[in-house]
Design a protein around this ligand. Structure first.
Ligand SMILES: Nc1ncnc2c1ncn2[C@@H]1O[C@H](COP(=O)(O)OP(=O)(O)OP(=O)(O)O)[C@@H](O)[C@H]1O
Length: 258
């Protein structure tokens, strides 16, 4: 099945290009020939500066946008829209303001018709996993940014997706909370292994999290510039010699600023 690339891949992008037609029928060529295979349980980070097409690529994987050419394949099947097999976490928390933490996390199973007792059990498991036990009946406005993003992560997991797609989920958090959430992300991923694709413009975050870093070109149309394997044991240390060496290499080779 050559057209699907690596048949062992959990999710594959095959020759994806995307052109948007903006106001006044102006064309914006956002992605050019992106091919990527992600293995089951692999943690892949897509790294690039603002406006290089990262979010568009993730939205195509999520089935929220259609590629102009190419396709996304999950478990050998072509994606033709959003699906429960993919859990999404965005930078803006996208929580239901009028629902409690429990109400937000159990929403997915509820929509799928899972009975109350069972969905509460599942939701509680993921609320516990993200460390929000005791906050089940709070509303989003009663939570800090980090806590809101924990709800977003628990809500995505509650659908028990095979692939987690995260788009700069910690971009709105202060530096300290962000590092804490990165540590939590690794802990959760080690506890509940999933295939993860994580978009960021932050090189330290990419190196802390990823098994592999997909570096995008710094300008449109977005292309994969380079792929780095990060063979460092977890939990990683920002001050570790090998960490800093790879950080230097990526920074030198890219247009990212320190
Ligand atoms: N629906 C759309 N219609 C028209 N243009 C779009 C649309 N979505 C994205 N774009 C354009 O695509 C380009 C890349 O945007 P995208 O959000 O994918 O980049 P990004 O790397 O994720 O940026 P950031 O890190 O700033 O979010 C931008 O120039 C944007 O204006």
């Amino acid at each position: 099945m050559a057209e699907n690339g690596n048949t062992n891949a959990k999710i594959s992008c095959r020759n994806i290009s995307k052109t948007f037609i903006q106001k006044g029928s102006q064309k914006v060529h956002v992605l050019e020939d992106i091919s990527l295979d992600v293995e089951e349980n692999e943690f892949v980070v897509i790294l690039g500066p603002g406006q290089c097409g990262k979010s568009t690529l993730l939205r195509i994987m999520a089935g929220l946008e259609t590629p102009t050419t190419g396709s996304v394949v999950i478990n050998g099947k072509e994606v033709d829209g959003p699906g429960q097999d993919r859990g999404l976490v965005f930078q803006s928390y996208m929580l239901f303001a009028w629902r409690t933490v429990m109400g937000n996390v159990e929403m997915g199973p509820k929509l799928r018709g899972v009975g109350k007792e069972e969905r509460r059990k599942v939701a509680q498991h993921y609320i516990d996993m993200v460390g929000l036990q005791g906050f089940e009946s709070k509303f989003p406005h009663q939570l800090s940014g980090g806590m809101k993003q924990r709800v977003g992560i628990a809500r995505a997991y509650a659908n028990q997706p095979e692939v987690m797609l995260l788009d700069e989920p910690f971009g709105q958090l202060d530096a300290q909370t962000r590092i804490y959430m990165e540590q939590e992300t690794v802990r959760i991923w080690e506890q509940e292994k999933r295939t993860v694709i994580f978009v960021t413009n932050n090189i330290d975050e990419a190196l802390y999290l990823g098994d592999r870093i997909i570096c995008m070109e710094g300008k449109l149309p977005g292309r994969i510039r380079e792929v780095y394997e990060v063979n460092l044991p977890r939990p990683r240390k920002f001050t570790d010699h090998e960490f800093l060496k790879l950080r230097h290499e990526i920074t030198e080779a890219s247009e990212l600023t320190l």
